[in-house]
Ligand binder design. Sequence first.
Ligand SMILES: Nc1ncnc2c1ncn2[C@@H]1O[C@H](COP(=O)(O)OP(=O)(O)OP(=O)(O)O)[C@@H](O)[C@H]1O
Ligand SMILES: [Mg+2]
Length: 413
Amino acid sequence: MIKVLIVDDIPETREHLSRLLGLEREIDVAGTAGSGEEAVQQALDLRPDIIVMDINMPGMDGIDAAEVISQRLPNSPIIMMSVHGEAEHLKRAMLAGAREFLVKPFSGDEFATSIKRVHERELARREQLQAAAAVATPSASSSSGVAEDHQVIAVFSPKGGSGRTTLATNLALALKRETNQRVALVDASLQFGDVGVLLNLNPKNRSVVDAVDGGEPDRDLLESVMVDHSTGIRVLLAPPSPEGADLVTPAYMRQIVTMLRETHDWVVVDVPSGLNDHTLGILDAADQILVVAALEITTIKNVRLFLEVADQLEYDRSKLRLVINRSDASQGIRIGDVEASIRRSIDGTIVSDGRLAVLAVNRGVPFVVSHPESPLARDVITLARTLAGEGTATTATPPQTEKTAKRGLFARR
Ligand SMILES: Nc1ncnc2c1ncn2[C@@H]1O[C@H](COP(=O)(O)OP(=O)(O)OP(=O)(O)O)[C@@H](O)[C@H]1O
Ligand SMILES: [Mg+2]
């Protein structure tokens, strides 16, 4: 039985909706609520499988209630209802954490189908999560112990094309520039790795596949396939063709990252999007996860879901940092909207500069090297300083750069 909570301020609507579901054998209307406040209370008491909620209610409206509920009960997905189907309503609902949106009036069939679909998706999501947690836990402590102040920085995004590779590569170079410590850059996008292109590195037989030699990863072999870049960073490239990816198992990838951590102060990993054994193994081994997102509604929704996953995997909140890429190129969504939606503040912003980004790729020289004074490079350097400044408490972060960069962006809004 799917336990449903119905929320609407009009009693007749509540009755009508309950009646629509009356004939559904798999669905049980466990309760109803007439206001946002009551919805929160009932949700906490009943722990429903699904909450259907009207957007427009006097007092605490559906959006506010959804925000509270999705934060406190991530396993009770919300379907939002409204008489308006406009993009603005949809946007607000999604930012508040709703999983689906129904425009009134709808048929009993549509209603029940929507509930079942969201429930099914939720079950699938939880199953995936459990499977992931099973892979993730065994060596959760592997990153501690050896070389305590060394850091694995996983650059991740729940959505492709957000700028992970650009950020990971330039960040590795910025960390080298700022700290002059040992920096390794790992391209974990095994099928379609781009790091080699960005750095103009294309040596024969020196990619992560060549470090795979049957059983356990071998330190010397791993060392021998790392490629030295002229800036002093060391790079572990992705296989030259997608077939090679199959040879590198999740456990292997994870061990490699952990091994590199022992010999490098910084290990920056370009993690492909999507949650699977491969990515979760790396995220788990990481000391910090930089979540890269664009100011775009679907990306923000996915970031939100990813933060829930991270909570359920019991990642420390401080392990995650949010970076908004192309932060000044938003189409109607502001940083403040995002912060409210995900209930945490953004840790860094990177300006948009398509011309420089593309020039850098085409020349094979990352912008942190070729144009360190550009606003784009400066934003990445600021991020590197923030990371480095916290790693060693004594190295004070150059105070202004970071703050002004941030404030500058906010000030524009
Ligand atoms: N701040 C920026 N300003 C302008 N363009 C950018 C910026 N960051 C990235 N880009 C451009 O966006 C595109 C995607 O970037 P990138 O390849 O780094 O993303 P990705 O997340 O690694 O993508 P994929 O999912 O394909 O691996 C590239 O053309 C890149 O040059
Ligand atoms: Mg990429």
